[in-house]
Design a protein. Sequence first.
Lengths: 394, 478
Amino acid sequence: MAESIKDKVAIVGMGCSKFGERFDCSISDLLIEAAYEAYSDAKIDPKDIQAVFFGNVRANQIAGNPVADALKLGDIPIMRNSNWCCSGHVALINACMAVASGAYDCVMAIGAEKLKDTGFGGLGIGRGDSAVMENRRTAPGSFGLIATRYFSQYGLTMDEGREMLAKIAVKNHANGYLTPRAHFHKKITVEEVMNAPVIAFPLTLYDCCGNSDGASAAIITRSDIGRSMRPDPIYVKGFGMSMDSVMPHLRPNFNWTSFPALMNSSRMAYEMAGIKNPRAEIDVAEVHDCFSVTEMCIYEDFGFSARGKCKEDIDGGFFERTGKLPVNIDGGLKCFGHPVGASGIRMTYEIYHQLQGTVDNSERQLKNISRGLSNTFGGPPQFSCVFILGNEKG
Amino acid sequence: MDKVGITSIAAYVPYYYVSRRTIGEAWAKKGAKGNRSIINFDEDSVTLAYEAAEDCLQHINREKIDSLYFASTTAPYAEKAHSALVSTALNLRNVFTADFAQCTKASTSALRLALDSCTCGRSKQALLTAADCRNAYPNTSSEQMLGDGAAAVVVGCENIIAVVDAFATTTNEITDIWRNAADTYISVAEERFVTKHGYMTEMVKVVKGIINESGIAIGDIQKFVFTTSNMKDHITLARKLGIEPAKVQDPYLMEVGYTGTAQPLFLLAAAISDAQPGDRILLAAYGNGADAYIFTITDEVKKLDKKMIEKYLVNRNEVKTYARFLSYRELLQADSGQPYNIKSSTAAEWRLQDTYIRLYGSKCKVCGKPIFPVNRVCYNCGSVDKYETFRAADRTVQVFTYTLDNYAGRSDFPLVGNIVADDFEGARYYLTTTDFRREDIQVGANMEFTFRKIHNLAGFVNYYWKLRPLRRVKGGEQ
């Protein structure tokens, strides 16, 4: 069996731009905002960075140039990936592997997305390869399929199912209200969610995350170096990544209430991190709530809730800020919006500060925690990354 | 001479219709009685023709069809064979294809070629499709009287439903109804001139001609099918010929409208499906002259669905605004919505036609699992290139899950249903839906495939398939 990456690398600095409709900022401005905060947090000079792993889906150049243009890093390697919503996590994971391999001592993972230059709301129409087979496939239209099937599978009426999802949105908005860098700061009620305009039935406006601009960055080094740089480096415990076909829709018996990519990526990460019982051992999680129903699905596929039983945990407040396993304590994609390439590192930014005890608003700071998880789940959806961090070795 | 005739026939009425009152009110007047059928925004003459033809082939072995004719005055391309496209959507192979156009009797002209080919033995079974969705100038009577629709017939020498006894034709050079190459709307000359020197002259001449040549007496004919663009010409014609109006086929103008090239075959479908064995039917169709046929109905007529048109009329939906009537016909341009992320190409369209146009899936020869579209590597057992193909288009499916996206579509119809559904063998499909009401879409509901135009990316019409609540197929039959 391959050797685990557990505790070999550490994050020693992170940065995160303000997320929102940044019409006045270019992608360069967003990259600079995130990168210079990360340099400052790690107390390094930009010259210390030996390679950059860049997550971005939509910048015009199909290369790492936006980073080179913005940050003037002296012609070092810049490796870009465009893996849908997971691009930020893939950049993080690639950065960890590069350091663990011994090729570099200090690298940066950075994700950025400038969605508000497209000239339209939404992400455009069509996913995959075929101009006709997915001719009207939108993000809400892809994820709405999960909700309809889950309600049908587990015998929930439309109203019961929609109310369950609404509670997730209400929770995340309550958390995001306490997060300065989030896009949206608005507390909402279950009634408001249920009565909001339907975007893609059965999902309403508040079941869906917004489109935002943003960037986020992480400085990654070997654990021994990290320890010499600061007293509280955050250790990488494990990661997982799983890619299904672009059209799982077409696989017979694909059940739409559970996703192989979610199951596989979490299992890999738990094995690397030595986690046996995620419900008990994970202290805080940032998961992919592009839609409330996505977060619901993740509860079960990640082993936070028993199969078909997440409603009990949702109703019982298990995932709330005061619950046993707070999920999306910074407000999640629901409140940050989803600048695609930036989100994975933005989520990890919250876990990093939670584990250090350095959260920007003490009302959100959890006490006595040691393990945190971040996750993005992207594409149509078929691709998942899981990243587990801890504040102590071992 | 061996007998030749019609071996199957069907008609298609689009899902949407508009009340003539709605059109009239848009021009601050009363509007004529009745409704006219209209295409959905994803339909054109090709997709209409496909619908009628697919219905027409329900009891026919399509492997034995050797010719496909497409007749329309509103074909989407000025240059490109629509017959080739329709034959591919119907999954015909090794067929002779030809397009007939430019005249409302293009369909009955094509019918003569189909019959003659069978008579001389060059063809065994020919499929003829006719479809039209013509446009008339705003605030004209034609705007209200035209209707969109299609019909199809199979012609051959075996298992004949309607034997051809006689044929006659006339040609008349007259500019009565025409459309210039660059025009959107048909032009109509002065009504009295059109009727007197066009329609009435030629129709009388062709009916008298066929009676004289065949020696069949008018009194021995049970039903007269006369094409007509308005509510009265066919009756006037009957009176001139001494035919009781009760023997004239209802031209479906009250519920469908004047369907142009499709009308002769559409009305013939109605007449044949209503006929008894031994009945004689006379068909006369107008367009720069006239064609006439006399048919004798055989016992085979019993296999036809007597409600072949009724089933469409009872299952449709009203467009209640003139604006939507215009935009579905693309006379008002709708905003196409968010831009497409994926590029189209003529090469990809051609390469993938087994998926895009024929709607093929594959069934693994090793483990037996079916999947759509054709997969070279089996998802279940991993076998490579060991599969047989199947055509999904004539199957029905059951909804597994769905979503109704309120913002994904065009500005004139933003609602898009995305449906995941399974067929009886377990193959899985993921398609958008069309011709539906919200309440039709439920987990477990039965749906059928329909061939539609999707968009014009890369500068050509990109066709593909959608799902709709059952219209062609009854009650979820496989």
